[in-house]
Design a binder for this molecule. Sequence first.
Ligand SMILES: Nc1nc2c(ncn2[C@@H]2O[C@H](COP(=O)(O)OP(=O)(O)OP(=O)(O)O)[C@@H](O)[C@H]2O)c(=O)[nH]1
Ligand SMILES: [Mg+2]
Length: 360
Amino acid sequence: MSDSRKSALRVAPPCAPAPDQPQPRGRRTARRLTRDEYLQGVLGGNRAILGRAITLVESARPGDAELAEEILEACLPHTGNSIRVGITGIPGAGKSTLIEALGTLLIREHGRSVAVLAVDPTSQISGGAILGDKTRMASLAASDKAFIRPSPSRGSLGGVAQHTREAMLLCEAAGYQTILVETVGVGQSEVAVHDMVDFFLLLMLPGTGDDLQGMKRGVMELADLVAINKADVNPAAAARARAEAENALHYFPPLPTGWTARAVTCSAASGQGIADLWDCVLKHRELTLSNGSLTRVRRRQATKWMVDIIQQGLTKQFRSHPAIRAGLVDREKDVAEGRTTPFRAARQLLQLYTDPEARS
Ligand SMILES: Nc1nc2c(ncn2[C@@H]2O[C@H](COP(=O)(O)OP(=O)(O)OP(=O)(O)O)[C@@H](O)[C@H]2O)c(=O)[nH]1
Ligand SMILES: [Mg+2]
């Protein structure tokens, strides 16, 4: 632990048993930790307490939010030191297999610790897809330099993305030097992940038509690197797909970091190309550090995050307002059945919200 981290721990040692110790059998709910125990655990790199702190920030229980916010605030000075990489691609593209290969390489060859997080809109239905993925990340899961966290399974995409950002900060405070965020490329989640990482990797498969790759164009525009995976299966098709991707990248507007996006082939299964892929991340890092764009992008991400939280908070307040709860369903029906316009209904609802006494 760094000295600065230690200095944040002006707290007495917890009197509870060490959190990594096995809990007595039959004990169902762990004792609630204090703020200082959370902080000491997280900043000390204790994985069990880091996991509990993430559960706390994801909690919808009243009272937890305040404690979570205090912990995040106190952790903030210890964040920002990792390389944050987002990995997206259609289901089955090989994201988890790639994370296993890359994470293992980073730990073994580069001595870096790795935290794996997920923003998975499908897990809200299936209840945590990355949990099953832990089998695909077996050696990573077994390493004491890795921390794997499934996607929060509650809430809207906005809520899930917010919790993942918070989890990322906690992992950084716990000393993780690399954060890998996996997201299924089926909609808005990749934009949410793009907005929280330094480097955005799009994983594609050779021989899949553009239409099958879903929102390819929009996502490709955000990518710092396009990797054509499963090159072991058909190297020639992978090389063709790489050339096509490289060509397509030329037509997108320049990235705000000044980085030129590129395309490579790789095989997450055999490990081929994974070292080059990391090399690309490091080159990107070097550039964005030297031209100041890393700081600029992170600042912009932080302010956008604040605006997102405000929007979510306002929507929540709006929907729980008694006048809106009473009137929303009817207005929605009126709009759907053409009795009023969306504009008029929205204006009336907003008026009800700001001034329930007024009649329009
Ligand atoms: N031959 C080959 N198979 C691969 C490669 N990478 C992944 N696979 C296989 O492809 C399948 C899907 O891999 P995953 O890593 O689960 O893919 P994913 O993108 O994480 O999938 P979701 O989490 O469901 O979106 C698994 O059976 C992997 O073993 C590769 O480079 N070559
Ligand atoms: Mg996966």
